[in-house]
Design a protein. Structure first.
Length: 290
């Protein structure tokens, strides 16, 4: 059986977050608790762990894998100040964010994340939010569609893809969309499937992924204590750019000059680790900020 989700850069996260028995830690993307289970082992006895996820299925799975003492909350990490405050986790010693979707989300065709299987055009990590990929694909005007496909998908042929989408409306399934995008974009050598970039763009737009990340990094210094640490694992350059920019300015100080990347052995074992970048920062005490 395929493992549900292999945590990426696990040893590096544990090392860089400087967890100790008794630490208070927030996993803001608890997912299937791969990182959380290992962090729990590092902070017990007496440590406290809060896991947050906007996907109720992920939380149900995390609940089965974590001890009952670990706290879990449904919500968007952009609201971490309110969620952690209400749960009594402020100030925390450390916070982890492992961005993007989990393999369990991608593997379920009915969630609509994957161009490899046929499902509804959904792509919501939080099934309670109103906006779906079908809304964007069928209702947004061509200009807006082209903009997100270019900016979030880094697709050179964004204009042509947007035109084809508009011409083929209504589009109901991931399979239909994949075929329409493939007819607009020739498969490039080594560039992966021609629909990959458009699907990435839609997913980022549906979940406002870049906005949520920027909001999170704004509020982390009010959640993590001065001297505490925040680790972010990102999977594409748009995310990494936001983290890099933030971590180069107070109140953050990045612990390593360059982002950490998975070893060759991990990349071999887990293809998802190939694009992963880990940046870790210390939240500086106020007096060191100036
Ligand atoms: C890559 S997975 C995390 C996997 C986890 N670290 C593990 O080892 O099992 C990312 C998770 O973050 C959640 N997520 C992504 N963006 C989020 C956000 N803005 N707020 C809350 N959860 C989010 C997704 O629903 C998904 O379950």
């Amino acid at each position: 059986m395929k493992p549900i989700h292999q945590p990426v850069l696990l040893a590096e996260v544990l090392q860089e977050l400087d967890l100790k028995p008794g630490s208070t830690v927030i996993d803001a993307t608890v997912g299937f608790a791969g990182h959380a289970v290992a962090m729990w082992a590092a902070i017990t006895p007496e440590g406290r762990l809060l896991g947050i996820d906007q996907d109720p299925d992920a939380l149900a799975s995390a609940r089965q894998r974590l001890p009952a003492e670990a706290e879990l909350r449904h919500g968007n990490f952009r609201d971490v100040a309110a969620i952690a405050g209400e749960a009594g986790f402020v100030p925390a010693d450390a916070l982890l964010v492992d961005l993007g979707v989990s393999s369990a989300q991608i593997d379920r065709a009915e969630r609509g994340f994957s161009f490899r299987s046929d499902g509804p055009l959904d792509m919501r990590m939080d099934p309670g939010q109103p906006l779906t990929a079908a809304d964007i694909v069928n209702d947004w005007d061509e200009e807006e569609l082209a903009r997100i496909i270019r900016e979030y998908g880094e697709e050179r042929h964004a204009r042509r893809v947007a035109q084809r989408i508009v011409a083929h409306r209504p589009i109901r399934t991931t399979g239909e969309l994949r075929a329409i995008v493939a007819s607009a974009v020739a498969a490039g050598k080594g560039a992966g499937h021609p629909a990959r970039r458009t699907f990435q763009a839609l997913r980022i737009a549906v979940n406002d992924e870049l906005g949520a990340l920027a909001d999170l990094l704004d509020v982390v210094p009010s959640v993590v204590r001065p001297g505490g640490r925040v680790a972010v694992i990102s999977f594409h350059s748009l995310e990494d750019r936001i983290v890099k920019r933030r971590f180069h300015a107070p109140p953050y100080r990045q612990t390593t000059k360059k982002p950490l990347q998975a070893s060759a052995a991990e990349q071999e074992r887990n293809p998802r680790a190939r694009s992963a970048k880990l940046r870790v920062a210390i939240v500086l005490p106020q007096t060191e900020e100036a």
